[in-house]
Design a protein around this ligand. Sequence first.
Ligand SMILES: Nc1nc2c(c(=O)[nH]1)N[C@H]1C(S)=C(S)[C@@H](COP(=O)(O)O)O[C@H]1N2
Ligand SMILES: [Mo]
Length: 518
Amino acid sequence: MRRIMVGAASGVLAAGFGVAAAELLAAATRPQAGPLVAVGGAVIDATPTAVKEFAVRTLGTYDKPVLLAAIVAVLLLFTAVTGILGLRRRVAVVAGAVVFGAAGAAAALSRPATEVFDPVPSLFGAATAGAVLWWLLRRPASEPALVHPGSARAPAVGPATTDVPQREFDRRVFLRSAALVAGGAVTAGGSAQWLNRARAGTAASTREALRLPAPASPARPLPAGTAPGFVTANTEFYRVDTALTIPRIDLGTWRLRLHGMVDNEFELSFDALLDRPLIERDITLNCVSNEVGGPYIGTARWLGVPLAPLLREAGPRAGADQLIARSAEGMTIGTPIDVLLDGRDAMLVVGMNGEPLPLVNGFPVRMLTPGLYGYAGACKWLTELRVTTFADVDAYWVERGWAARAPVKTASRIDRPKPFARLTAGTQTIAGVAWAQGRGIGVVEISVDGGEWSQAELLPVPSTDTWVQWRYPWTATAGPHSIAVRATDTTGARQTEQRATPFPDGATGWHTITVTIT
Ligand SMILES: Nc1nc2c(c(=O)[nH]1)N[C@H]1C(S)=C(S)[C@@H](COP(=O)(O)O)O[C@H]1N2
Ligand SMILES: [Mo]
């Protein structure tokens, strides 16, 4: 038993040391090349859509910490086993290092924005871990009793099969070595974290120091009569992306390249981008993965450079029908060019609700296309725009089966009362939002207990690009009740009752809640 513990502990300690060393090397060079982020990212890329959906649904924004914890757990399990096997056969140590190094390197190379250097931290970490494990499992020559007196066996190297105490390891020597390795791992890991924090701090202070120009075309003040919550605060805004580490982009070296099937390709620095006239608009952004009644939707006042004039200056060639936006960490998002040129306020966003774009929402520049789900028009941490065709290029999510063209579906949500609320009889206000960006909401209706549909009051909106707040005074009577909402857009098309999951082009169905009146 004790031998197994020694083997397992050695494996885990060596792995911890190796990972910490690799993370430190990555932190000092390219943070996204660290094995945890590389493997985590590769797992995200490879995860089947249904599982991803499930994770987003059940874990919300904890999906990333849970993923990293799971990766660490699997790593600990396998390295413990490697340590135990290594007791018997040293080749297991070498094999373990090769397997882990190869896995980390392959993960790093599989990432969309990979560079040749990216496998290096994983390989370095694996080699370090192998060497440390070998060293931890050494049997000191001075060890007095490698073979138990009277044992016919060769030096005992298997897990103890008898209750006779076996003294293959000098306890003190092992504990001293283990403490040394643990200390090294903590030091390296701590330094890596410190470096990453410093980098994050720099990005945060660059953002804080940034002063954005005033818009040439400001948003109109919100119409009188909008209720609180019309605009979603930046800190409340949902976040959906595959980035395990938020890209930290240096404003001085940031360039946006517009190229591909165009007559004039060009590059813009951040300053050159800001020299162009800015517009400011209230726009609702939502995620295709949002379930009926779900939280992945928000409205903000966005400040940005209109995209259509930039595209026209580049001059798309005949046949080009897709713009592929690419982010610093390699995400690709494809948007139909006809949509971008149809007059809507598609823009390269630099500001959100009166501040520079928050780091998590794509600092310094993201795309935004009113009327399309985020995965089809809202690339964050933007660095490149490429004019191409749908026939030639599948963007990241399209490769994974999501629809290539993804206009937002008309939908509505009850925000008040909360599901399963207990309320008192009398007048209760039912309230919520409905959205059909680009088309606009025409009618919102409420049905209680499957009865007649009654129209809700719609509050004023600045444009068809935002959600509509609605409310309905309900005379509540004692007992349990179900409340359903449905919306109709301004073209007269009503939301379908048919329930559909978000995959592949957005959820459908009426949001229905149950409440109890006492
Ligand atoms: N670089 C990058 N941009 C991205 C994504 C991503 O994973 N990476 N996710 C998209 C999706 S699916 C949505 S819904 C929106 C979410 O934007 P938000 O996090 O600012 O709310 O960003 C889009 N842009
Ligand atoms: Mo999304």
